[in-house]
Design a protein around this ligand. Structure first.
Ligand code: FES
Length: 584
């Protein structure tokens, strides 16, 4: 293969080239393209553990295709153990991928990923490095039986927690649930949480091989995918196909449509916005909401449906999902969402999605994947709202919300601090109305910092005892993709940035109107102006290192919570700076 980027390191006859060839003899003068296998495994990240067993298969695929595999680590972002949230480090890991690509003699990348922030970081890192690249996903963990059905990690834990708080789940059952969760072993969450959503969207975007979604990392199918991923990246290098060629506006729109059709994680809205920001594309909330308007729920997968993501491959996977989307009708005389789907966009194997769709099993009326005439739930499944409480927008997953709360006005109960929130909401003496609107603020990108998943606040204990299972919650933070409830998230500007959310007081009336896409604070403008005049941001925590840099440069959620120096507002801003290759 000629014209490789790594030739700048290994070509020539001077002392520098000699040093480089000695350092990586497998490449030397005659070796093929150098493909980096980015290893995100860690003992602190069980979601990515299956990838350890796949890395040699990737290397085999690279060698068989004439490439030179090189393995080196990327920081591993495990959602369960990193505090305050792995999201704080998404941009750091993406930057690490970009800088490692820039500074080393690499021609292509295989990015291993599993837990959701590792997938998001890999997508952003791939976009910014813009070397030929594919992701290899770790796949869902096993689903042991709990209470007579397969355990949905995350979702079943949240449900059990509410039952426990209501006094309907005893200690024995609680400990039995923990044992079940433990024996599920390594792999990603089994419901359509953020990891599964991002895996599916990665496949739609063409940044992993088709057929990836739902395949368990410990299976023979995963080994086959790993080998083919390695070989495919060598092909991408030969063809000069970069992520910026693959992730077009059409591919991004396909991903936004697929996100709504599976009732996917709200977190994916932020990650797609960040990806768009790096590539100069549009994933704004207004653009997304226009695409989502007529998309019903086509995947019967938890937390919005009944099945687990492991059921997706047998149901036809992404091609069958896209077939269902393509067939959606629009309002009379207008193109439906299917009209916005672009099946000329390419899958990760280079074939147009139209080919995979034509070979896919049809969606079935009561199947895991449905056609538009038999949806699991009606459109929309996801909306973007604006209003006086969220001038720059917020997101609400309708498919996971209570239909009777989609038009709701109620008094605010304001929660400013995580420990205070847990203490007050668990207080059986808390005075709270059934129509309360919980406001959880100060947990946006700047506020926490890092935007933790505290937005789905627990239902206040007195309400749980009165049988209430959902209330409207509003937050500048996020919630887990495995969560559910009527929760307006990612409110922008966030409270810490002086958004109207900061001005809400207990008892203020808040109006949520999902059909009208409105979230309003029903307080007179003069009163709000008076509050704004005396508002002071919370004292800044004593930050240093990465959290300090992050806080100084992070943007708001609708723009992807990316760092200002990593985005590319326009395509011409995407200048890849190559290092001088001389003596180190
Ligand atoms: Fe890692 Fe869910 S916590 S995938």
């Amino acid at each position: 293969m000629t014209g490789l980027r790594s030739d700048r390191w290994f070509g020539g006859d001077d002392e520098v080239a000699v040093l480089h060839r000695v350092a990586l003899p497998a490449r030397g003068t005659g070796g093929g393209p150098v493909i980096r296998i980015a290893d995100t495994t860690s003992d602190l990240n069980p979601c990515n553990a299956p990838l350890s067993g796949l890395i040699e298969a990737v290397a085999r695929g690279i060698r068989a295709a004439g490439g030179v595999p090189v393995r080196f680590p990327v920081m591993s972002l495990g959602e369960d153990l990193m505090k305050p949230t792995a999201m704080l480090y998404r941009n750091l890991a993406a930057m690490q991928i970009e800088e490692q690509a820039r500074s080393n003699p690499l021609d292509g990348l295989v990015l291993t990923a599993g837990c959701d922030k590792t997938v998001a970081a890999a997508l952003l890192g791939a976009a910014s490095a813009d070397l030929p690249a594919l992701l290899l996903l770790s796949g869902p963990r096993a689903a042991p039986t709990w209470r007579g059905r397969p355990l949905g990690t995350g979702t079943d834990l949240w449900r059990a927690l509410e039952e426990r708080r209501a006094g309907q789940l005893d200690d024995e059952a609680w400990h039995e649930l923990e044992a079940c969760l433990t024996c599920a072993g390594p792999g990603t969450c089994t419901t359509m949480g953020t990891a599964s959503t991002l895996a599916l969207l990665t496949e739609v975007l063409g940044l992993c091989l088709p057929g990836t979604t739902g395949v368990a990392g410990a299976s023979p199918a995963a080994v086959d995918l790993a080998e083919r991923t390695g070989a495919r990246v060598v092909e991408l290098v030969a063809a000069g196909t970069r992520p910026s060629d693959v992730v077009t506006q059409a591919a991004l729109d396909n991903a936004l449509l697929a996100l709504a059709a599976v009732g996917g994680s709200t977190n994916a809205v932020i990650h797609l916005a960040a990806l768009a920001g790096r590539l100069g594309l549009d994933a704004s909330l207004a653009h997304a909401d226009a695409l989502w308007r007529d998309v019903p729920l086509l995947a019967d997968v938890e937390p919005c449906g009944r099945h687990l993501t492991a059921a997706l491959p047998a149901a036809g996977g992404v091609p069958t999902l896209l077939a269902g989307l393509a067939g959606l009708p629009g309002p009379a005389g207008l193109p439906g969402p299917g009209g916005h789907l672009d099946l000329t966009a390419r899958a990760g194997d280079g074939q147009p999605w139209a080919l995979h769709v034509s070979l896919a099993p049809e969606p079935t009326p009561d199947g895991v994947l449905r056609a538009g005439d038999h949806p699991v739930a009606p459109a929309p499944t996801m909306v973007a709202l604006t209003g006086s409480l969220a001038p720059d927008g917020c997101v609400l997953k309708v498919a996971a919300a209570s239909p009777d709360l989609l038009r709701h006005t109620g008094p605010a109960l304001v929660l400013d601090d995580y420990d205070d929130m847990r203490r007050r909401l668990d207080d059986p003496e808390l005075v709270v109305d059934d129509d309360v609107v919980l406001v959880v603020r100060g947990i946006g990108p700047v506020g926490a910092p890092g935007m933790p998943e505290w937005g789905m606040a627990p239902i206040p204990a007195p309400l749980v005892r009165r049988g209430v299972r959902d209330v409207v919650r509003i937050s500048d933070g996020r919630m887990s993709g495995t969560s559910f409830g009527t929760v307006a998230l990612h409110v922008a500007p966030e409270a810490e940035a002086g958004g109207p959310l900061a001005l809400v007081r207990n008892g203020d009336l808040i109006r949520l109107d999902v059909p009208a896409r409105v979230l309003d604070l029903l307080v007179e403008p003069a009163e709000l102006a008076a509050r704004a005049a005396t508002w002071q941001p919370a004292p800044v925590a004593d930050l240093r290192g990465w959290p300090l840099l992050y806080r100084q440069h992070v943007g708001q959620a609708p723009a992807g919570a990316d760092l200002d120096f990593l985005t590319a507002p326009r395509p011409e801003h995407r200048v890849r700076v190559e290092p001088t290759v001389g003596r180190s």
